[in-house]
Design a protein around this ligand. Structure first.
Ligand code: HEC
Length: 164
């Protein structure tokens, strides 16, 4: 290691991982079919906050060319498209009815993504519109037995209240 030093080793390791093929492909397969969006605004908000990982219209940023960031970006896009792909509405997308919920919970878009993507940093009002739009497009208010039971009880109460 004659005089290479620690920093030299880091540089060599950094250069070496750049030749790993994984994460360099950056493919955007054809858009087969889009959901029947409830309105244009919902689509626009989804494009801003979701499409990089949940469609075939990913915008690959410059740093997605640099390992190891490229590996993380690739994994997000692969897993994101796997779970829910707005460009493949010709196939069943089982997670669509959870879409609104993930925004309500602040789970999507992921916070590490929002930081370098200010356009995905939706205002309160925009979030509200997106949630409404996702529900209008995909449904998803009925989550689990708990919720449905609550609503059934509510209906019974209303029905009883109406009886003379
Ligand atoms: C940085 C990439 C990225 C962005 C941007 C993103 N997602 Fe995701 N999403 C993922 C990944 C990766 C998964 C699978 C792993 C997981 O569940 O965390 C996922 C999973 C999901 C799931 C299914 C699993 C679950 O948690 O219920 C839904 C629904 C979803 N995302 C909706 C959205 C919506 C709606 C948006 C935009 C408001 C969005 N995502 C933005 C990467 C992303």
């Amino acid at each position: 290691m004659g005089g290479l030093g620690f920093f030299g080793l880091i540089v060599i390791a950094f250069l070496a991982i750049q030749v790993v093929p994984y994460g360099r492909d950056h493919s955007n397969p054809p858009v087969r079919q889009e959901p029947a969006w409830a309105n244009n605004q919902t689509r626009e908000l989804a494009v801003r906050a979701c499409y990089d990982c949940h469609s075939n219209e990913t915008k690959w940023p410059w740093y997605s060319n640099i390992a190891p960031i490229s590996w993380l970006v690739q994994r997000d896009v692969d897993e994101g498209r796997d779970e829910l792909n707005f460009s493949r509405w010709d196939q069943s997308q089982g997670e669509a009815d959870d879409a609104a919920e993930t925004v309500i919970d602040g789970e999507m878009p992921p916070c590490f993504y929002v930081l370098p993507h200010p356009e995905a940093d939706l205002s309160r009002g925009e979030k509200e519109l997106l949630i409404q739009g996702l529900r209008a497009t995909f449904g998803g208010e009925d989550r689990g037995g708990e919720d449905q039971r609550g609503r059934r009880e509510e209906r019974q109460r209303l029905a009883q209240a109406k009886q003379p």
